[in-house]
Design a protein around this ligand. Structure first.
Ligand code: PLP
Length: 381
C-alpha cells in the first residue's frame, strides 16, 4: 500500500542532507567537544558551526543559542530557569490556555511551588489578545510565555506586540516557536522576544535535539547541573551528531523556507476547499489569516475524530487528532475547548499537517477516501 503522511506537525522525516551529516559525524567525529586534544577540538568546531547555522536562521548571535534535547526541554529550561532566577514571594507567571503541554504542565508544576499563574483565554480563532495581556500584567509578573504558532490549529499568536508590551513593563518574554520554525520566518529581533524554543524534528532535522535562544543578559538559573557545557547554562556532553543534523536542517530551512511555505499552503488550500465542497457539516478551526501555511484542523460534525483517524490509517493515510487517548478514554482537545468550538466538535476534529514532499495527487486521494469514510462513520455513531 502507498502510504500518505500528513502528520508533519507531529514529526517530519529527516532530510537526506541531515541523515548524511548525522551519519558522517557519528562515523568521523569521535571526540568530546570539551576535550582539549585534536579530536576534541574538531568536535568543538562542528558544534560551533552548527550554532552559527541555528543563530543565522533566527537572526541571533551564536552565543545566544543553547543546545538542548528538544522543544520540551527548551520550554522547561526557559520557564523554570527564569521563574527560579526571579523568584520572590508573590511572583506571577502568565501564559495562555492553548499552549503545548510542555509549557502548560511546566506552569502547573510552578503553581504547585507557590507561583501565581494566569492563563489567558483565546477567541474563537485561537488567538489571545494583547489587550487581555495588558490588563493581566501586574507589577509582580516575572515571566510571560505565549506560543508563536499553535500545533493543533495552526493559529499564530500576536507575539511581537505582546513581547513589545512586556519589554515596556520590564517583564521577561518567552515564546514556544517549535511549530513556527521552518514554516514561517522567525527572527528574534523582529519578534522582540527574550527566549525562544525550537525543535529539530519539526523541520526535517533529527529527533531529540533542539535549541533555546536566550537573549544576552536574561536572568536565568540553570536547571541541569553538572559540567560547564553551553556556557554553564545546560550541563551534559553535547549530542554532537544531533546538533550537527540540526545545523544542517537550519541551513536548509533558511534556503527553502519560502518554497516550502508556498507548496504546503497550496496543498492546504486544496484540501480545505475539497473538504468544504465534498463533505457536509465540515468546520475549519483556526484563524483565517494568522495561521501556519501547512496546518488544517477540520471538524466533522457527528463523527468522532478517533474513528476517522483509524479508518484513514487502515487506508494508509496518517493524520492526527487533538485529543489525547489515555486509559481507553478520549480526552477532548484543550485547544478546541479553549476556542469554544462546542462539545460536538471537541472530539470530532482531525489535524492534517502537510510537508515539503506531499503532492496534489495525495491530497486528492485523501479527499476521495474521506468522502467515503465520513458518511460511513457518521452512520455508525
Ligand atoms: N511545543 C510545541 C508547540 C510542539 O508542537 C511540540 C511537539 O509536538 C513541543 C513543544 C515539544 O517538542 P519536542 O517533541 O521536541 O519535545
Amino acid at each position: 500500500m502507498d502510504r500518505i503522511y500528513l502528520d508533519h506537525n507531529a514529526t517530519t522525516p529527516a532530510a537526506a542532507e541531515v541523515i548524511e551529516a548525522v551519519a558522517q559525524c557519528l562515523r568521523e567525529e569521535i571526540g568530546n567537544p570539551s576535550s582539549i586534544h585534536y579530536f576534541g577540538q574538531r568536535a568543538k568546531r562542528r558544534l560551533e558551526e552548527a550554532r552559527e547555522e541555528v543563530a543565522a536562521l533566527l537572526g541571533a548571535e551564536a552565543k545566544e543559542i543553547i543546545f538542548v534535547s528538544g522543544g520540551t526541554e527548551a520550554n522547561n529550561l526557559a520557564v523554570k530557569g527564569v521563574a527560579e532566577a526571579l523568584a520572590k514571594p508573590g511572583r506571577r507567571l502568565l501564559t495562555t490556555a492553548i499552549e503545548h503541554h510542555a509549557v502548560l504542565h511546566t506552569f502547573a508544576a510552578l503553581e504547585k511551588r507557590g507561583f501565581a499563574v494566569t492563563r489567558l483565554p483565546v477567541d474563537h480563532s485561537g488567538r489571545a489578545s494583547v489587550e487581555a495581556l495588558a490588563a493581566a500584567l501586574k507589577p509582580e509578573t516575572a515571566l510571560v510565555s505565549v506560543m508563536l504558532a499553535n500545533n493543533e490549529v495552526g493559529t499564530l499568536e500576536p507575539v511581537a506586540e505582546m513581547a513589545a508590551l512586556c519589554r515596556e513593563r520590564g517583564v521577561v518574554f518567552h515564546t514556544d516557536a517549535v511549530q513556527a520554525v521552518g514554516k514561517i520566518p522567525v527572527e528574534v529581533e523582529k519578534l522582540g522576544v527574550d527566549l525562544l524554543s525550537l525543535s529539530g524534528h519539526k523541520f526535517y532535522g533529527p529527533r531529540g535535539v533542539g535549541a533555546l535562544y536566550m537573549r544576552k543578559g536574561v536572568s536565568y538559573q540553570p536547571q541541569m547541573h553538572g559540567g560547564r557545557q553551553e556556557r554553564n547554562r545546560r550541563a551534559g556532553t553535547e549530542n554532537l551528531p544531533g546538533i550537527v543534523g540540526l545545523g544542517v536542517a537550519a541551513q536548509l530551512a533558511r534556503r527553502h523556507l519560502a518554497d516550502w511555505a508556498e507548496h504546503t499552503e497550496k496543498l492546504r488550500r486544496r484540501l480545505e476547499e475539497g473538504l468544504l465542497r465534498r463533505i457536509e457539516d465540515v468546520k475549519i478551526f483556526g484563524h483565517p489569516e494568522f495561521r501556519l501555511p501547512n496546518t488544517l484542523c477540520a471538524g466533522f460534525g457527528g463523527a468522532e475524530g478517533e474513528s476517522l483517524l483509524m479508518n484513514l490509517d487502515l487506508k494508509g493515510v496518517a493524520v492526527s487528532t487533538g485529543s489525547a487517548c489515555s486509559s481507553g478514554t478520549v480526552e477532548p482537545s484543550h485547544v478546541l475547548r479553549a476556542m469554544g468550538v462546542g462539545p460536538e466538535y471537541e472530539r470530532a476534529a482531525l489535524r492534517f499537517s502537510m510537508g515539503k514532499d506531499n503532492t496534489e495527487a495525495e491530497i486528492d486521494r485523501v479527499l476521495e477516501l474521506l468522502s467515503d469514510i465520513v458518511p460511513r462513520v457518521r452512520s455508525f455513531q
